[in-house]
Design a binder for this molecule. Sequence first.
Ligand code: MIG
Length: 661
Amino acid sequence: MIKKYIYGTPFDTEATVIDIEKTEGSPEYGNISCENKFCFEYEMSEKDMVFGLGESNRGINKRGYYYISNCTDDPQHTEHKSSFYGAHNFIVISGEKNFGIFIDYPSSICFDIGYTHSDKLSIICESCDLDFYVIYGESAYDIVKQFRKLIGRSYIPPKFAFGFAQSRWGYKTKEDYREVAREYRKHHIPIDMIYMDIDYMEDFKDFTFNKQNFSDFDEFVKEMKQYDYRLIPIIDAGVKIEKGYAIYEEGVENNYFCKKEDGTDFIAAVWPGYTHFPDVLNKEARKWFGSKYRILTEKGIEGFWNDMNEPAIFYTPEGIERIKNHMKKFVEKQPSKNDVWFMKDEMLYLANHSSDYASFYHNVDGQKIRHDKVHNLYGYNMTRAAAEGLNEIDSNRRYLLFSRSSYIGMHRYGGIWTGDNMSWWSHILLNIKMMPSLNMCGFLYIGADLGGFGGDTTRELLLRWLAFGIFTPIMRNHSADGTRRQECYQFEKVEELKQIIDVRYRLIPYIYSEYMKAALYDDMYFKPLAFVYAHDDIAKEIEDQLIIGNEVMIAPVYTQNAKGRSVYLPENMMMVKFLGDGSIQTEQYQKGYHYIAVALNEVVLFVREGKCIPVVDTAECVEKIDMQSMQLFGYQNSEYLLYDDDGITKQYTINCKLLKK
Ligand code: MIG
């Protein structure tokens, strides 16, 4: 049962797809006050656990810290951070009572979940204009499923998007891409995609191609396709200000860019230098920006990643003026220690400054809306623009699409990757914990930069991260310019990296089948153990093991020098170990703790009691997977319902086959 309470005049975010009648009065649990600020308070009982919040820091159980929904481009995902790139305002309180809360409010929200007072949950919004949904159910899992119905079906990518991908910020020339393509094929490492970062563009201008390197872009797309590679280019939010650049000129002419108070186009510096932001909250501007993706699809492109859409701002002319003024005063006097710190901070906080977000406006159906009031909707609507534009091209075709910034509602249009992590062991763990929380909020096509984006990776870190990445729908190795090269072939004993990625392809029929079932039935692909073993007190606290689909539990290794790890089995399970030589070892284990050895070139998963999973031979790309080679691994006399389809159209003809072991 879902109840909706309306406070003030909420902005229509289009996060939900089902109309729910307004309930009068106040929610049954907790207290709401609405003077100036909106404040919800609830006394948690000792055993209450709190789930949700999608792309946020710390654990699967969010209790014990505070989290702020405020889409932010911050590449330092350290433990004390409270905001990442997305804003996913859904939580489930589970314990003494079970209920979910979704706050449909597009500006900054603070979720203080036992941080200020250990037993108190408080949710605070600066303004009192919002939709407050309360979802009642028998368990956390049940509440999530109801919520997922409310927000509508998750995005479904084409099947090739379940292949492995190589990416790196810094590839510039065709030769850079050819080298990646050649090396992977040479070592027979399965792969389907190479991502193109900002350098394929001419001066970082969206929908253009670098003249020197990509004058015949379509030819190059074809060349790559011959070797079964798809190229996936990046699109940034900011449109370069440059006379003669068509996108810029059309945007200015038609008032498609965000504006300042005085009606002139808002200016912010990003990669291209000074840019304007397309007003993707304005229907016409959104349609216009979305129609531009066609420029690339006409050249054979089948997928995109949208970046910098928080939107990230390096600085604005106003910010520079502010600093100059401070600097003037600074040079004219003998600066004190405090003056020095002040100047340092001014420089440091020039980027993504709150005063900049409060200085531009959207035109929403003729109404002027200040950006900071709807800040968390920008990435959502940029990606929606793309999805709607792609839908215009062919409404029956799936395109690969994911975004950095997001809000609930965007999950219907694309996936997300979790942004600029680091080559740190702790970030494998963060990656593991974030996945089920994102599923709760509707985001199914998800993954992190495997190997780590910032910092220098190591062979061991990459191997362990890939071994987890095998199970994430997005499986992409991506890294920042200037860091240690981390394509799989850069390391000694390449065959070991190949052996890990081979396992991904052996599992694609299963991963795809479970993904599709999760999408079509508004279910979760990744589940915390607490959702499946709700009455097992040990299982409920385990956050470094996950349930995948309905059959599998994983327990990834995420510590340096480990030769394996201890795993808790909440029920009897069958271990399935993929060995380096391609053979598969199975062994039944009793419920309880076990130490499981996992070599660097091995992948281990556990099949739940009475179940089995399909495994095929590996293949160099998704299209070459031989479904005839399928075998079932797991318990005798078990069955598996395999979903499959053509992988490219939107005809999700439920083509399910019951397989028996
Ligand atoms: O300011 O395009 O998160 O994946 O490689 C950095 C360059 C801009 C941030 C993205 C990252 C990408 C990088 N971008």
